[in-house]
Design a protein around this ligand. Structure first.
Ligand code: ADP
Ligand code: MG
Length: 684
C-alpha cells in the first residue's frame, strides 16, 4: 500500500471527489486511513422492536407487511408509507422522494432496518427514512464519517473500502515489547478494524491501540521538547541569588509557596541552562510578587526582563503592582503598549537598548515592535493559555536563550496541564497570602434581585465597590430572558442606583474607553461596574467586594470562578451572588459546586468532568493540541500509561537511536513540527 499516493489515484475517486477529500484535510491514501469514523451504524446488534430505546439508532429485523405505495402530495413531494413487523410488534415506516422504494422493499420479505424509532400519534412506533438491507446480507458494523457539503460519509466509506482491499500489511511502528506489555493489536489490525470492525470487541481493541499511539506520540513529543529545552545552554546564568534581599524590601512576608516557587526558578537559572517553567496559582495567590523576585534577582545579575500580558488592561495593572513591589528597590521599569505616545516609545526603546531599563512590561506588541534589549535574560508571560507555544517563544528571539517563566491564573487539572504544558517544569502556588478574607457564594433566582440590589447599596454606602456581570453586550444580540449590559445599565442606573456612580464596561468599547472606565473604577470614582466578562481576567481592585452574575447558567464553572476571583482581594469579606432561573440539572450542579468550594483546582476538575476538555476553556484559545481519537477525560488511564512509558523512553533513548525506536522517532519529529505551528492570540 502506498500511503503517500495522492487520494486521486484511488480507484473510483475522480477530480471532484478528490477535492472533496482535500476539503476534509485528506489528500493522500495514508491520510484517508487515518481519517477515523466519528460513529458507527451497528447492524450486528439486532434488537426486538419492543426493546428498542426510543430516539436512538437501532437495528431491527422485520418483515414488510403490505406493498408500499408512492403518493404525490402538495408541493410535488413523493411519500411512501408502510408497516413492518418482527412478529411481535409493528413499526410504521415512511420514505420521501424515493421513486424506487416500492420495488426495493417487497411485501412479505425480511430486511434489516437501521435508524431511530420515534413515537407518533397514539404512541405508535415510527421510523422515518430508515436504512435497510436484505436480512440475508452479512451483518456488520459500518463506519460513519464526518461529512461536509463536498463529500458524504458514504463516499468516504467506499473510498476507505477500496483502499483496504490492498491486503499488504500496514507497517508497524511500535516495537514488540510495547505491543506485548500493553496488549495492543497490530497497527494493521487497528486501522482495518477502526474502519470496518468485525464486532464490538475488535472495535474496542482498535480504538485502544490508536488512542495509545496518539497519546504516546504526543507525550513523547512534549517530553522531547522539554528535554531539548532543558539542555539549551545560556549565558544568562544567575550567579547570585538576591531573592532574600528582595523579600526584605517587601511590606509583607512571602508565603511558603511563594518562597518555594522563587527558589525553584532561581535554581533553574543558576544551572547555566535555560529555564522553562510554569507558575500556576489561583487568583490572588501572589504570582506577581514571585515574578518580581525573579526580575530583581536577574537585574542584580545584570540582566533585563520582559513581561508580556494578554491585554492592555492587564499590562497596566501589572505595571501598577510592580510599582508597589519595586518601591525602594532601585529597579527601573517601564510600560510599553499600543497607547504609549510615539515620543515616549522611542525614548523607552532607546533606554532598553542601552540597558537602562531592568524590566519592560507590555502586551504582545512587545514581540512585534522593533524592541531591542541590551541583555534580555528573563521573559515572563502572563495568563498563558491565551498564547500559543510560538508566541511564548517569540519574545525569546530578542535575547540569547533568555529564561522563560509562564504564569497562569487558570487552575488546570493535572491531566490537561500535562498536555498543555508538558514541555515545561511546573511550580504551584497552593497557598493564599494570610489575611485574605472569605468569599461566600450564593445562588438565587431573579425573584431575589431587588434584595440583591439593596445588599449592593448597603456595601456601596460603606465606601466599598461591586460588579454586576451580564452575558451579552447589547440588545441586538438579544436572546429572550438573557440580560445585556447596555439595557441593564440604562434600567438600573437611575431607577435603582440613583445617587450612586454606576459605570458600564464591555468589549465593544474602544481600548481607550475601557481603560478610562477601569481607571475610574480603580480610583473609586465608579462605585458599581456593570460589565460583560471583559473584567474576567486578572483585574485587581481590592475594594470591590460584591460580584453579581446575571444569567449564571450561561457561564461555565471555570469562568464563574474567574469572575468570583475579582472579589475577595482586599481586607473585607466578599460575596458572590449567582442569579439564575434555570433549573437544568447541569446548572444546579454548577451552582452547587460554586457555593460549596472556593478551591480553583476543585472547580476546574468539576468543570472538566462536566464539560469535557474540548469545552473546558469555552471557545477561547486554549493551547490544547487537536486530538484525532483520544479523549483526555475518558482515556485518562491510557494517558497515564503512555506518560510513564514516554518518560522511560526519553530517559533511556532520548534521540530514538535504538533500532526499535527509530520509527517512533519519525512520528515524534512530525508531531513536534505540527505542535509548533503558530496559533493566533485571542483578544477580548
Ligand atoms: P495573582 O497575580 O496571583 O492573582 P497578585 O500577585 O496580583 O496575585 O497578588 C495579589 C495581591 O496580594 C497584591 O496586591 C500583592 O501585593 C499581595 N500579596 C502578594 N503576596 C503577598 C503575601 N505573601 N502577603 C500579603 N500580600 C501579598
Ligand atoms: Mg495577577
Amino acid at each position: 500500500m502506498n500511503f503517500s499516493a495522492d487520494i486521486g489515484t484511488l480507484k473510483g475517486v475522480g477530480e471532484v471527489r478528490a477535492d472533496g477529500f482535500r476539503s476534509m484535510g485528506v489528500s493522500t491514501v495514508g491520510e484517508l486511513l487515518r481519517f477515523y469514523p466519528r460513529a458507527y451504524e451497528d447492524w450486528s446488534n439486532i434488537l426486538p422492536i419492543e426493546r428498542c430505546p426510543i430516539g436512538e439508532n437501532v437495528c431491527i429485523k422485520a418483515t414488510v407487511l403490505y406493498p408500499l405505495k408512492n403518493e404525490r402530495v402538495r408541493g410535488g413531494m413523493l411519500i411512501a408509507k408502510g408497516s413492518i413487523t418482527d412478529g411481535d410488534d409493528v413499526v410504521s415506516v415512511t420514505f420521501f422522494n424515493n421513486k424506487y422504494i416500492t420495488s426495493m422493499l417487497k411485501s412479505g420479505e425480511e430486511y434489516l432496518f437501521y435508524g431511530k424509532i420515534t413515537l407518533g400519534k397514539f404512541a405508535a412506533r415510527e421510523m422515518v427514512s430508515p436504512m435497510f438491507i436484505k436480512a440475508q446480507q452479512s451483518k456488520a458494523i459500518l463506519p460513519i464519517y464526518p461529512q461536509n457539503s463536498k463529500i458524504t460519509s458514504r463516499q468516504i466509506r467506499s473510498a476507505v473500502e477500496t483502499a483496504l482491499k490492498d491486503k499488504t500489511e500496514i507497517p508497524e511502528i511500535l516495537p514488540k515489547y510495547i505491543l506485548e506489555k500493553y496488549s495492543l493489536v497490530s497497527l494493521d489490525t487497528a486501522i482495518r478494524q477502526i474502519h470496518f470492525p468485525e464486532n464490538a470487541e475488535s472495535l474496542q481493541n482498535a480504538r485502544n491501540r490508536l488512542i495509545f499511539d496518539e497519546l504516546f506520540i504526543l507525550q513523547l513529543s512534549l517530553l522531547s521538547l522539554k528535554d531539548a529545552n532543558s539542555v539549551v545552554k545560556t549565558d544568562n546564568k544567575v550567579k547570585n541569588d538576591y531573592s532574600e534581599e528582595f523579600f526584605s524590601l517587601l511590606p509583607f512576608s512571602p508565603t511558603n509557596a511563594q518562597r518555594k516557587a522563587v527558589a525553584a526558578a532561581v535554581f533553574d537559572m543558576q544551572s547555566g541552562k535555560q529555564m522553562n517553567r510554569l507558575l500556576q496559582g489561583d487568583v490572588g495567590s501572589g504570582k506577581t510578587a514571585v515574578a518580581a523576585a525573579l526580575v530583581y534577582t536577574c537585574a542584580k545579575n545584570g540582566m533585563q526582563s520582559a513581561l508580556m500580558a494578554p491585554t492592555e488592561v492587564l499590562a497596566v495593572q501589572h505595571f501598577e503592582t510592580f510599582t508597589k513591589l519595586f518601591e525602594n528597590s532601585g529597579i527601573t521599569y517601564e510600560l510599553l503598549t499600543g497607547s504609549t505616545k510615539a515620543a515616549e516609545k522611542k525614548q523607552i526603546k532607546q533606554r532598553l537598548k542601552n540597558g537602562e531599563i531592568d524590566l519592560i512590561i507590555g502586551t504582545h506588541a512587545l514581540i512585534q515592535e522593533d524592541v531591542e534589549f541590551e541583555r534580555l535574560g528573563l521573559v515572563i508571560t502572563d495568563e498563558q493559555h491565551r498564547f500559543g507555544v510560538k508566541q511564548r517563544t517569540g519574545l525569546c528571539s530578542k535575547g540569547e536563550n533568555p529564561h522563560v517563566y509562564v504564569m497562569s491564573a487558570t487552575p488546570i487539572p493535572r491531566t490537561l496541564a500535562l498536555i498543555m504544558f508538558g514541555d515545561l517544569d511546573v511550580s504551584v502556588l497552593d497557598e493564599l497570602p494570610p489575611g485574605r478574607q472569605k468569599t461566600t457564594t450564593y445562588a438565587v433566582t431573579s425573584k431575589k434581585r431587588a434584595g440583591v440590589f439593596d445588599y449592593i447599596k448597603k456595601h456601596l454606602d460603606k465606601g466599598l465597590q461591586g460588579y454586576i456581570v451580564c452575558p451579552l453586550v447589547e440588545e441586538s444580540e438579544a436572546v429572550s430572558g438573557v440580560q445585556n449590559v447596555e439595557e441593564y445599565y440604562k434600567k438600573v442606573k437611575d431607577a435603582v442606583f440613583s445617587g450612586y456612580s454606576v459605570g458600564l464596561l464591555h468589549g465593544k468599547m474602544s481600548p481607550k474607553k475601557k481603560d478610562e472606565i477601569m481607571a475610574d473604577f480603580k480610583s473609586g470614582k465608579i462605585q458599581l461596574l456593570i460589565s460583560t466578562v471583559v473584567i474576567e481576567v486578572g483585574v485587581d481592585v481590592p475594594n470591590a467586594v460584591i460580584m453579581v452574575v446575571e444569567n449564571a447558567e450561561r457561564f461555565g464553572l471555570s469562568q464563574l470562578h474567574q469572575l468570583r476571583g475579582r472579589v475577595g482581594r482586599g481586607t473585607e469579606n466578599s460575596t458572590c451572588i449567582l442569579i439564575t432561573d434555570s433549573q437544568g440539572e447541569d446548572t444546579v450542579t454548577r451552582m452547587n459546586v460554586m457555593c460549596s468550594t472556593t478551591d480553583g483546582f476543585k472547580v476546574a476538575d468539576e468543570d472538566l468532568r462536566l464539560r469535557g476538555p474540548g469545552d473546558f476553556f469555552g471557545t477561547r484559545q486554549h493551547g490544547l493540541p487537536k486530538l484525532r481519537i483520544a479523549d483526555l477525560m475518558t482515556d485518562s488511564k491510557i494517558l497515564t500509561e503512555t506518560q510513564e512509558l514516554a518518560s522511560e523512553i526519553i530517559a533511556n533513548d532520548p534521540n530514538f537511536l535504538k533500532e526499535e525506536h527509530i520509527k517512533i522517532g519519525k512520528q515524534v519529529k512530525k508531531k513536534i513540527n505540527s505542535l509548533q505551528t503558530p496559533v493566533a492570540a485571542n483578544t477580548i
